[in-house]
Design a protein around this ligand. Sequence first.
Ligand SMILES: *Cc1c(COP(=O)(O)O)cnc(C)c1O
Length: 357
Amino acid sequence: MEISITRTTSPRPKPEDPRKLGFGTVFTDHMFLMDYDPDQGWHDARIVPLENLSIHPGAAVFHYGAEVFEGLKAYLRDDGSVQMFRPRDNMERMRTSAERIQLPDFDAGFMLSAMVKLVELDQDWVPKVPSASLYIRPFEFCTDVDLGLHSIAHAQMIIILSPVGSYLGGGLKPVNIMIEDTDVRAVRGGTGYVKCGGNYAAANRAAARAEKKGYDQVLWLDGVHRKYIEEVGGMNVMFRMGGKVVTPKLTGSVLPGITRRSCIQLLRDKGIEVEERLISVDELMEALAAGQVEEAWGCGTAAVISPIGSFAYQDKQFVVHNRVIGPWAQDLYDTLTGIQWGRLPDPYGWIVPVPKP
Ligand SMILES: *Cc1c(COP(=O)(O)O)cnc(C)c1O
């Protein structure tokens, strides 16, 4: 399928001070769209100036939440070229997400080429300051105008781009985590393993409660036993304990993070043992009380590595690694960001270059 391109005639000013960029509030000049209907399949692939959408208020996405998304980044290398990190993995995961919600499947290779084209066109928007990047947000949703509960027939796919600073503002400042014991994010058999908007809606209340009490993020326990550690906010979680790294296994309610997968590979290649297994909150509390949690961190595209400074659960509170980043988290951060920004070689084939315009 050809992608038609309509360039903007009124480019918007770039952010004045890219060091002050937040996350996902500034957008570039163009977006990609394509539409799906049962007769034509995916069609009308186009890059057009970014503008508001016009969607019927009866569209199912507004009522029943039929939406899936992805998040990845493009990075500016020192030589001025732009590259993406593992974009094909994101597109394959989005196909898995679409299947779970029963949104139409798509060609991952085509979507990858659409992302490359869009980033190529808007590459002046990749911020030229350290640790900033261009966030890529593909998403797919149901456009059927129908309040009945029917299978999905019409959908739209969009990609938007947003120059972003470092996700949590303070760079590698350790975050304080509240372990949530009331609400759950996901259950096995549900949608925890896919990136759909509804998962985040379900997380809002606990996140608001944690914020009100002064915590940065929520750590989720499994929805069945309220016992096993799953993930923190929008990140997977890892613990350094007893000279190994331990991380929750992918049970079906945990999101299979691409940063998680990359961390596991990097750690194993450095000769560090990584255990993917169930970790109960009791085991974590005992290990914290005994001083056996040497480091803890979250990992995800937005923050890359986010060291954890403390955990609170019910009436207990524990500090990890004196609230400063530990050496293993720092090393993972340096290696991952080194590959992402092209300052380190990429022996894994994770990088996809974006052509110069
Ligand atoms: C996106 C996401 C992650 C991290 O996945 P990455 O591919 O590493 O960005 C972790 N948990 C949740 C719930 C997510 O939505």
